[in-house]
Design a protein around this ligand. Sequence first.
Ligand SMILES: Cc1cc2nc3c(=O)[nH]c(=O)nc-3n(C[C@H](O)[C@H](O)[C@H](O)COP(=O)(O)OP(=O)(O)OC[C@H]3O[C@@H](n4cnc5c(N)ncnc54)[C@H](O)[C@@H]3O)c2cc1C
Length: 408
Amino acid sequence: MSDRTVVVVGAGVAGTSAAWAARRNGAKVHLISGGAGASALMSGALDFAGWQVAPRSGHEPALDATACALLDALGIWQVAERPVRVATMTGNLRTARGADRALLDVAALSNVRVAVPRLARPAWDADLVARGCSAEPWAKERGVRFEAVDCSPLFDDADARASDADLAALFDDASRVERIVRALRAACDRHDAVLLGPWLGLRTDGSALLREAIGRPAGETLSMLAGAAGARFETAAERVLRDAEVKRSVARATALRRSDGRFACEHDGDEGPFEADAVVMACGGLIGGGICFTPSEANAAGVMPEASSEPFAMSLKSEACLALDGRFVGRTGSLHGPNLEDYGWPSIAEARSVLERIGVRRDGVRALDREAQAVPGLFVAGSAAADARHTVLDSLAAGIEAGLAAAS
Ligand SMILES: Cc1cc2nc3c(=O)[nH]c(=O)nc-3n(C[C@H](O)[C@H](O)[C@H](O)COP(=O)(O)OP(=O)(O)OC[C@H]3O[C@@H](n4cnc5c(N)ncnc54)[C@H](O)[C@@H]3O)c2cc1C
């Protein structure tokens, strides 16, 4: 057991995993986070290798016992041996290593009819979903037909205007799920499975209640940006961190100063700097705000702070440096700065864009400085790390590794 104090910066999948793992190893953990990141935007599909790579049983890294224990503690995700197959709200079917347990996994279905209820909801087009999913080669091969069906309204007028995540929160109330069950029994009695949008509870597993009540597979499509899947993660992470007695502060960390083998984490909150023996940088990439992109045109216009005179910079200053493809990334020599298009859109030769590959230079989860030396006590995980795979399960596994290392 550790008697160390660990500061974790960032409360996405990587930061939550790091804080939970360090705490499990006995460290005192203080998590500081400045808001939401990519984890709040996730769709509910859980990938390990890149998004473009279709998962195949036994061909991807295994999740170890500690990762499985964290999945159990979160209680919202299912990762089985075989890949799942789930539908998007725009009528595509995609495979993934795992998924939010509220989703309808059609992988094991064949020769069935899946009902897609027509409901008055923004961005919900049952006919589009049914047509698109039925047209997928996998669905044709397996004889899985998706059919839009008329259904009495499941939501009252006020609910119908709520965002997907807010509507899902309303369905934590079991009596509302009973209302859905009555309507769906009538509308879908000639179908073998039911596919709804991402609305079935944040804290409770509304899909499980629904499946049990109607006696057939039922569940959600993937979420759109910042929908129910991201809100479910945030709700579950908050509970897990509270149960683990992780101290939390809402503030932006600004700098890590190291002296006599200890860190002082400076931040923009009211308290003084947070002291720690080790720090995990889990502050995300460009979407999470861990990495800032400031093209030199903006600097020339005088609208950006002086500190951001490099095109890419970490929001948290430290001895660690940014890297890309294993090399230190410094200032641009160009008068006009880098062309954003070159960063945002991968060329044919590159599978992933610079925006996804740039991050803290590292050796595994150890953060490296400009001389490629490990900074003692400084670790990095998730999208903040250079050349990391930007996926939920990779962030979870790396977060655990960084948290355990920081507590050791
Ligand atoms: C739209 C979208 C869809 C996705 N879909 C999938 C998918 O289908 N499958 C899949 O596997 N993955 C998907 N991903 C990727 C996955 O969500 C990310 O790889 C993962 O969530 C990254 O987690 P993270 O903890 O590293 O970063 P983040 O979740 O970005 O967390 C970073 C945290 O750090 C905080 N922070 C940043 N800077 C500071 C600072 N200076 N001080 C304090 N706090 C700070 C942020 O506020 C945030 O809380 C998707 C991502 C996006 C954006």
